[in-house]
Ligand binder design. Structure first.
Ligand SMILES: [Zn+2]
Ligand SMILES: [Zn+2]
Length: 234
């Protein structure tokens, strides 16, 4: 499986790699600013599936722009997202004065809602959604099985049972590494290091790096990640 870190596209810091292209047909998360990179630096012709982890702006806010450009192709798409995606997407259309895009969504986009443990069979992929703990939000992580390998994506999450399930099922995990201090929304770099020592057969790729955690990645011994990086998992 090829995982491209579209990355860096967030207002808050320079290094929140929260958007991915998986192989060439899945996009996972569309943070604010990510569309500029997706549209200008990547070919989106083969994209079929869009996965959304949750509705914070650094994961979701450019979805209306992606829908706009994909809808110009004569194709159908599937969006997998937490409950309420359609209403939030339509709110973006209204906010930005493009209400006609609702018609494209009705015509070309099937929206499927996540549930904890629910598996979506999409073409060659089996994609399982896991409800994570990210404050009180409805946030999901995913394990994507492309028929050769399983790769996990934590989305935003603190330490929780779903995270351990994702790690145990995956050959590699792209994992929220935002924080230094323990909290109920994100993982700390020490927690990610502990997990990587415990699950040695799994490759850990820290993402959602903050100004606090980025300088510590090198000395932590964890894999370094950066915008535009293409990682082959096999
Ligand atoms: Zn979040
Ligand atoms: Zn986030």
């Amino acid at each position: 499986m090829l995982v491209t870190l579209v990355g860096n596209c967030c207002t808050w810091t320079k290094n929140l790699a929260t958007s991915y292209i998986i192989n060439d047909d899945i996009i996972l998360d569309v943070p604010q600013g990510s569309f500029k990179t997706l549209y200008n630096d990547y070919c989106l012709d083969n994209v079929k599936y869009i996965l959304i982890s949750h509705f914070h702006s650094d994961h979701f806010a450019d979805l209306h722009l992606l829908v706009d450009v994909l809808a110009r192709q004569d194709k159908k798409y599937v969006i997998v997202a937490p409950k309420g995606c359609r209403e939030r997407l339509y709110s973006l259309f209204n906010a930005f004065d493009v209400p006609h895009l609702k018609n494209y969504v009705e015509e070309k986009f099937e929206i499927k809602e996540c549930e904890n443990g629910k598996t979506f069979n999409l073409g060659k992929y089996k994609i399982r959604s896991y409800k994570m703990t990210h404050g009180s939000l409805d946030a999901y992580g995913y394990v994507i099985d492309d028929d050769t390998i399983k790769v996990g994506f934590s989305g935003d999450s603190c330490m929780c049972n779903s995270l351990i399930k994702i790690i145990k099922k995956s050959k590699a995990v792209f994992i929220d590494t935002s924080n230094i201090q323990k909290n109920l929304k994100h993982l700390t770099i020490d927690e990610v290091k502990t997990l990587s020592n415990e699950y040695k057969d799994v490759s850990f790729y820290p993402v959602h790096l903050s100004t606090l955690t980025l300088p510590l990645i090198k000395e932590s011994g964890l894999n370094e990640t950066y915008q535009g990086q293409v990682i082959e998992i096999n």
